[in-house]
Design a binder for this molecule. Structure first.
Ligand SMILES: Nc1ncnc2c1ncn2[C@@H]1O[C@H](COP(=O)(O)OP(=O)(O)OP(=O)(O)O)[C@@H](O)[C@H]1O
Length: 268
């Protein structure tokens, strides 16, 4: 069963007239992970934001986005707000942009959870504490009293993952959640996302340049180039038997990089 169906999605910049997404149709199966890969500017982020209805006002869209049988494009903004967070949760590339810089993390988390669940302060603190500990954040109560700029990128990503654990959304959209991090944090955050999927069995759209993590996490892959889906298929097929020249190029670049790393690490 598909939890999300995107049909004939077209996105364009109404100021310049530039078409950003020509005509996307794809489905996310319940409980599965769909990866979007492709070079910078190929349209992965605008597609994710279109699902959340979070693109800038000048980016217009047509087509249908059906989530659990309901066409999100037809919902009033007030109804869409209720879906964001609780049912469709987005983990973005830059943690700083996801949090209000003027208040401490705990206030932001409380406001989000009160809006969706109406839980008490104590209840929220207990649930967040447990979730933050589960993603290896030490001293959660102390962290909740910090401003976003006082935490590292990796910590902010983990706070977002902890919030997703508490929200238990049906779909998580992780838009390059590790790109802005140093190598060690990238590895740790990727591990946490893998564990999150194992634990919650939630459906996920996962955007990444890291084909190693994609191979580990995704059931299916969409390969995007210049606003079009050039190839799609089961992850193993994409990695072992890519048809499109561009996908072959992406996969071979990854293999070459792997080989290079192994060589400089003295492992081959
Ligand atoms: N706010 C915006 N206003 C106008 N055009 C935009 C906006 N955001 C993105 N675009 C354009 O949409 C196209 C797709 O960009 P997008 O950010 O979705 O690519 P991407 O595949 O996610 O790239 P990256 O991997 O670098 O994040 C690009 O041509 C980009 O310039």
């Amino acid at each position: 069963m598909n939890i999300l169906e995107v049909a004939n999605l077209k996105l364009w910049d109404s100021v310049t007239g530039k078409v950003l997404i020509a005509n996307h149709s794809f489905q996310l199966k319940q409980g599965s992970c769909l990866a979007m890969v492709g070079e910078s500017g190929s349209g992965k982020s605008v597609t994710c934001r279109a699902i959340m209805r979070l693109n800038k006002a000048w980016i217009r869209q047509s087509g249908d986005i059906v989530f659990k049988g309901e066409n999100l494009t037809l919902l009033p903004e007030r109804e869409m707000r209720k879906k964001r967070g609780k049912q469709l949760c987005m983990i973005v590339q830059n943690g700083m942009s996801a949090f209000d810089p003027s208040c401490v993390i705990g206030v932001h988390l409380r406001e989000t959870l009160v809006e969706h669940f109406g839980w008490s302060k104590n209840d929220i603190e207990a649930r967040m504490k447990q979730a933050m500990e589960s993603v290896m954040l030490k001293n959660p109560m102390e962290l909740m009293n910090k401003y976003p700029h006082q935490l590292s990128g990796g910590m902010l990503q983990r706070v977002m993952i902890a919030l997703a654990i508490v929200l238990e959304p049906d779909v998580i959209i992780a838009d390059e959640p590790t790109t802005a991090l140093d190598t060690i944090s990238q590895f740790e955050v990727a591990e946490q996302l893998i564990r999150l999927r194992e634990r919650m069995g939630c459906s996920m759209i996962f955007v990444s340049h890291d084909l190693g993590v994609v191979q580990k996490m995704a059931d299916e892959v969409l390969v995007m180039k210049d606003g079009e889906i050039v190839e799609r298929g089961a992850t193993q097929t994409i990695f072992s038997d890519a048809r499109h020249e561009y996908t072959q190029h992406l996969v071979s670049a990854r293999l070459a990089l792997n080989h290079h790393f192994k060589r400089i690490m003295g492992r081959s």
